[in-house]
Design a protein around this ligand. Structure first.
Ligand code: AMP
Length: 363
């Protein structure tokens, strides 16, 4: 039987985190600062998060024994990635654990078609899209949307993986097969001026707190750099706040969410996707805000009041990918730069090894 959650969860309680990567590590560090112990469930031993946590259960996310062991330690469990198997959440809930964010947020974030339908219903606009489950349906969808359009697998795409442009509608069946012959969605091209994101949180009491927007730069689908607070018109900031509140309330959400946005010419914002977790484009908050996204997430899931979200500095966040991590001495020597390294043992090409937050002076 699990410990029963009482909110606000008192310090000294143990919080569970599914996933032992860098996001789990930074969540665990924030939780420790607030007096919690952390238990990580993760398939690999010696993960970045396990090395800063009080307990580590090594096992598959859907392993009943591992989930039972986690439930015995933790009245509340959260996660660092959106592909948590639904069965893991069901099992934890069945064992009396409070899982936050909840099953609806996960289900929506795991399926790009469900996500876009949900967003549009919640009043958060997206590009036009069409789901397709067969090569023929993909061709029909490309004709309907018009080419070029972007085909994405409905599930398990991340960092630009599992997506390809369809230049001509006639190519759609071949692109469908090249993506593995799995269900897809086709998206109209977003002719965006910039990519922005908004990190926001909702507490157990329904309070919503929204951070200033970040401007994001990707390379080959992977985030390289964020600058925050992004310079935006007040109406753009207000739109982002409205979108965040609508999404959080419609999901009856508890925790931090990352919402990726396209800023169109004229200032309209479209939602690209949502991540029901702390987000790489929110790392700037560690050094740009009084309460960062990691502490905010822990506060929310533990039923504490949310903290302030205003910026106290301009920050440029740079991801250190693969061997770039070896440049850390240069950044460590810069007085205005904070270095955040994840303790990963091996610097495989493109792997997120750390990031730096360069403070660019007052706002
Ligand atoms: P995603 O995996 O959906 O986050 O997409 C990865 C990147 O592909 C985004 O950050 C955009 O740069 C680009 N992208 C995604 N969807 C679209 C779209 N509909 N139109 C144009 N570019 C897109």
């Amino acid at each position: 039987m699990s410990a029963t959650a009482r909110f606000p969860l008192p310090p000294g309680s143990t919080l569970g985190i599914l996933g032992g990567g860098q996001l789990g590590r930074m969540l665990a560090q924030a939780a420790a600062r607030l007096g919690f112990d952390v238990a990580i469930l993760e398939p690999e031993a010696d993960s970045p998060a396990a090395r800063v946590a009080a307990h580590c259960i090594v096992g598959a996310y859907d392993d009943p024994k591992a989930l039972k062991a986690l439930a015995e330690l933790c009245p509340v469990v959260t996660y660092e990635f959106e592909n948590v198997p639904a069965v893991a959440v069901e099992r934890l809930v069945g064992l009396g654990v409070e899982v936050a964010p909840g099953a609806l947020a996960l289900a929506v974030a795991q399926d790009r078609a469900a996500e876009k339908r949900f967003l549009n219903e919640a009043g958060a606009p997206t590009v036009a899209f069409e789901p397709a489950d067969t090569p023929e349906a993909a061709a029909a969808a490309a004709l309907k949307l018009g080419a070029p359009c972007l085909m994405k697998t409905r599930r398990e795409g991340y960092d630009g993986k599992g997506q390809r442009w369809v230049e001509h509608a006639a190519d759609a069946p071949a692109v469908f097969e090249a993506l593995g012959g799995r269900p897809v969605i086709l998206e109209a091209p977003a002719d965006f001026v910039r990519e922005l994101s908004v990190i926001a949180a909702r507490g157990r009491d329904g309070a919503v707190a929204v951070y200033p927007l970040a401007e994001n730069h990707h390379e080959k689908g992977v985030l390289r750099r964020s600058v925050a607070p992004a310079r935006v018109a007040p109406e753009t900031a207000a739109q982002a706040e409205r979108i965040a509140a609508r999404v959080l309330n419609a999901l009856d959400y508890v925790g931090v969410i990352g919402i990726e946005l396209f800023e169109m010419a004229g200032g309209k914002l479209l939602v690209n996707e949502i991540a029901p977790r702390v987000h790489n484009t929110g790392h700037w908050t560690q050094d740009g805000c009084e309460v960062d996204q990691f502490e905010q997430h822990i506060r929310a899931v533990a039923g504490w009041p949310l903290g302030p979200t205003h910026a106290r500095a301009q920050v440029e966040m740079l991801n250190l990918l693969g061997e770039e991590v070896e440049t850390w001495p240069k950044y460590a020597a810069e007085p205005e730069t904070r270095v955040h390294l994840y303790g990963k043992r091996e610097a495989k090409p493109g792997r997120k090894m750390g990031h730096v937050n360069r403070l660019r002076g007052p706002l």
